[in-house]
Design a protein around this ligand. Structure first.
Ligand code: ZN
Length: 138
């Protein structure tokens, strides 16, 4: 059964329909990462975690991605070493998921801003690797 508040696990992406007037559910913020320009939120109804980043124009459009991993995993991938790459992964993930949400929730302006940014693909698996793991498999 899906959560009545955040609709997890059926839903994996929330967007704001208009700046500051979003349909985003009421969640509790757990962490902010300045390295990843994002934050981690928890649904108090079902305890699901959501990774949030706010995009252009004017950084006024929040996008929440369902975070199926732990709080510690989010802190790991958004630390000073990985945060910038994680921010790119987050953007990629939004673009991957955007077609699955109702069209009325797709605000053309911000999506246009996302599509115009080009980065090399980022693998979350690579970001998840520990320092030791990475050293063992150069
Ligand atoms: Zn929920």
């Amino acid at each position: 059964m899906n959560c009545p508040t955040c609709e997890a696990p059926k839903r994996s992406l929330w967007t704001a329909q208009e700046a500051h007037i979003g349909k985003i559910p009421d969640l509790t913020r757990l962490h902010i990462s300045t390295h990843a320009w994002g934050s981690l939120w928890r649904c108090d109804t079902c305890s699901s975690l959501w990774s949030r980043a706010d995009y252009e124009p004017w950084g006024g459009y929040p996008y929440l991605i369902y975070w199926q991993y732990s709080e510690d995993a989010w802190l790991h991938v958004t630390d000073s070493k990985r945060g910038r790459l994680f921010a790119h992964w987050h953007e990629q993930r939004v673009l991957d998921l955007i077609d699955a949400i109702p069209s009325k929730e797709r605000v053309p302006g911000p999506i246009g801003c996302l599509s115009r940014t080009h980065h090399s693909p980022v693998s979350l698996d690579d970001l998840m690797k520990t320092e030791q793991g990475a050293a063992a498999n150069p």
